[in-house]
Design a protein around this ligand. Structure first.
Ligand SMILES: NC(=O)c1ccc[n+]([C@@H]2O[C@H](COP(=O)([O-])OP(=O)(O)OC[C@H]3O[C@@H](n4cnc5c(N)ncnc54)[C@H](O)[C@@H]3O)[C@@H](O)[C@H]2O)c1
Length: 352
């Protein structure tokens, strides 16, 4: 017997959203724009569930400690979009509840803050035989899709170097950012590592430095991380996430700057624009970009997930693949703890 999702259009799936907080607003905005069908929502906090249900016209909302189980029991919920925080105490029970209901799910990035916790989630889904993927929405940012097309066409030849710089200021005004021992690398640089994984595959080794801005002692996690990635084929790159910058020359998320250099030219991009400089012919090209990171990437990401379910193939950023992205974060933290030693992904996988 074929899958119940086989051959269905993305717009025919019923989506249930588990966790109706800040980022769920962006999901709802994107799904409306892309004509996707949200049939239910769940949040442990009753007032939040009710307010979001009214604002977005959700046909059914659930609240309380068993809200995710109750939502998953609805036959019209085909897939679950998990937007509860990525901390183990919130995410593991959510994934267990959806897996027990036998429904495919995506979880918001990061899959988890540690490799061991990410592995636990992927194992949970695989044991239940459900598809789990991470909503690594950076992969679906329209401008970055354009960059990928030009890379694949060989416009700049073989890439030998890249740099990503995300430079801005974030103060202690967010419910999650910075309040645990891991922050900027696990929660923010993970966007960039997922994108690089999609473009170039897994690096062989990672080294990193981090800093904690002394003017923000309230924050617990590191708010600056510079990570160097080295690949088997000679490619090297640097990913800098600095959210303690007090100057005016910002490259702030979601318009961080990406530079990729190849033997035949360079690509420079943000989520709003792309420049391709080539040596042969000697030219600068500015391809058209349709849409932005917020909210479009979230719509493209969900459409890609549903299309993969419909086609019966593993979705981009599926859980087991995404473990390699979390492994880059884990390797970076190990490198920081050991004075910048290059840490291989193989080492992280062997000793989670
Ligand atoms: N660009 C991006 O992709 C992006 C941006 C922001 C946040 N995020 C990710 O989205 C996730 C959520 O972040 P947020 O800013 O929306 O947080 P939030 O605190 O605003 O929302 C989380 C919601 O989940 C609910 N919740 C918690 N535990 C629950 C449970 N057991 N059952 C049901 N509901 C539960 C909370 O009540 C809250 O409403 C995080 O993992 C974060 O990293 C991703």
């Amino acid at each position: 017997m074929g899958s119940p999702h086989s051959g269905r259009a993305p717009q025919a799936f019923g989506i249930g959203i588990a966790g109706l907080g800040g980022i769920a607003e962006v999901h709802l905005q994107a799904y409306r724009r892309f004509g996707l069908r949200v049939v239910a929502g769940a949040d442990v906090v009753a007032e939040r569930a009710q307010a979001m249900g009214e604002r977005w016209g959700l046909p059914k909302v659930f609240s309380g400690p068993d809200c995710i189980q109750e939502m998953c029991a609805l036959p019209e919920v085909d897939v679950v979009d998990v937007t509860v925080p990525h901390y183990r105490e919130a995410r593991l029970p959510a994934v267990q509840a959806v897996a027990a209901a036998g429904k495919p799910l995506q979880v918001q990035k990061p899959l988890a803050q540690t490799y061991a916790e990410a592995l636990e989630l992927v194992d949970t889904a695989e044991r239940a035989g459900v598809v789990l993927r991470t909503n690594q929405n950076s992969v679906f940012v329209p401008a970055f899709t354009v960059v990928h097309d030009w890379l694949r066409r060989g416009a700049i030849g073989k890439p030998y170097y890249y740099q990503i710089e995300n430079r801005g200021l974030w103060l202690h005004n967010h419910p999650h950012f910075g309040w645990r021992s891991r922050w900027i690398i696990a929660d923010m640089a993970v966007h960039h590592f997922a994108l690089l994984h999609h473009w170039f595959g897994p690096p062989e080794a990672v080294s990193a430095v981090s800093a904690h801005d002394p003017s923000q002692p309230q924050l617990v996690g590191e708010n600056l991380g510079a990570v160097t990635l080295r690949y088997r084929d000679g490619l090297q790159g640097v990913v800098i996430n600095n959210w303690s910058y007090r100057g005016s020359k910002l490259r702030a998320h979601s318009h961080e700057e990406i530079v990729i250099q190849g033997a035949g030219g360079a690509i420079t991009a943000t989520s709003a624009e792309v420049e391709v400089a080539t040596l042969e012919p000697l030219a600068r090209t500015y391809p058209h970009v349709e849409g932005d990171w917020f909210p479009d990437a979230f719509g493209h990401s969900m459409v890609a997930f549903l299309q993969a379910l419909s086609d019966g193939r593993p979705p981009l950023c599926h859980g087991r693949d995404n473990l390699q992205v979390v492994a880059v974060c884990e390797a970076a933290y190990r490198s920081i703890a050991e004075g910048g030693r290059p840490v291989s992904l193989a080492e992280v996988v062997a000793r989670p």
